[in-house]
Design a protein around this ligand. Structure first.
Ligand code: AMP
Ligand code: MG
Length: 275
């Protein structure tokens, strides 16, 4: 199955999350096989990232969005960890600091964009400014409603300046979220992850749904596509994301740069001549 084609939100299409099964998995791949495939994808990702780093011409931004427990941290731990930390970093979007708050809402996204040769993962992203701000009424409609277009413009600008952008929405069901909250409660080493807002936000499930649908419908573009990944099965989520990333990076047709030295001369001078 071609996961990129299957999970891509086609630009301009209207998304209904109730039409996408969060429990979906590939009937042709067992969990055991998936775990092996994920390892292979990780090896390929590492090699592709090295090429990106060596080439030093462009960068890759990966945005992760999901409801609490959706698996953003899991993707970073299980998939992105394949990459060499030398050329990869993660920016986590928390409530804005006072400095961030005093800037325009896209300032911190711009600040944390990857430099040439690097990969940056946004764990949550500038999309929080059309998600959480709507839920908690942090800015008026006249302000947030303009932001989809502003985000599209910003992403277009970056992609025209050699930052490739791929966005994943990790799609879980309401039952699955409760199950994952419960697992956190049952495991004292995970208690630190629990926050009051997890439960207050859960009460807003349907409102979040509508906002995610708006975000996906309005901001999946040719230059910065959204993929909706069925994420109830963690192994399937990791398989689909790793596969899409590998294919995406292979599609960049990167090459190692020409050496900056004359290799023939180096060999002749330092090896052949020494014999
Ligand atoms: P976590 O990802 O669990 O560490 O939580 C980060 C929290 O920061 C979430 O509750 C987000 O909704 C919140 N957050 C992120 N960006 C913003 C923003 N622009 N305005 C308000 N809250 C935000
Ligand atoms: Mg949280």
């Amino acid at each position: 199955m071609n996961y990129a084609q299957r999970f891509l939100i086609k630009p301009g299409s209207k998304v209904k999350l109730s039409n996408i099964d969060p429990h979906f998995k590939d009937a042709h791949v067992s969990k055991k096989d998936a775990l092996k495939l994920i390892e292979l994808n990780k090896l390929r990702l590492r090699a592709l990232q090295e090429l990106l780093y060596a080439e030093h011409k462009r960068s890759l931004l990966i945005c992760l969005q999901a409801i609490d427990t959706g698996g953003k941290d899991g993707i970073i731990r299980h998939v992105i960890s394949a990459m060499n930390p030398q050329g990869c970093n993660v920016a986590s979007f928390k409530p804005p600091t006072s400095l961030e708050h005093d800037h325009d809402f896209l300032w911190r996204a711009h600040r944390d964009m990857p430099i040439k040769g690097n990969v940056t993962v946004f764990n949550r992203s500038h999309y929080e400014d059309v998600l959480v701000v709507r839920i908690h009424d942090l800015v008026p409609k006249s302000v947030w409603s303009k932001r989809y277009e502003q985000i599209n413009e910003m992403e277009k600008y970056f992609s025209a300046n050699d930052t490739h952008i791929v966005k994943f929405f990790l799609h879980i069901s309401k039952d699955e979220q409760l199950k994952r909250f419960k697992e956190r409660l049952d495991d004292p080493s995970k208690h630190w992850k629990i926050s009051e807002s997890d439960y207050t936000d859960r009460a807003q499930w349907d409102n979040y749904r509508k906002e995610f649908e708006d975000m996906l419908s309005k901001c999946s573009t040719e230059h910065a596509p959204w993929y909706v990944i069925p994420a109830n099965h963690k192994w399937f989520r990791d398989l689909a994301v790793s596969q899409i990333l590998v294919e995406y990076m292979e599609g960049l047709h990167m090459d190692f740069p020409e050496p900056s030295v004359n290799i023939g001369h180096i060999v002749k001078t330092y090896y052949v001549a020494k014999k």
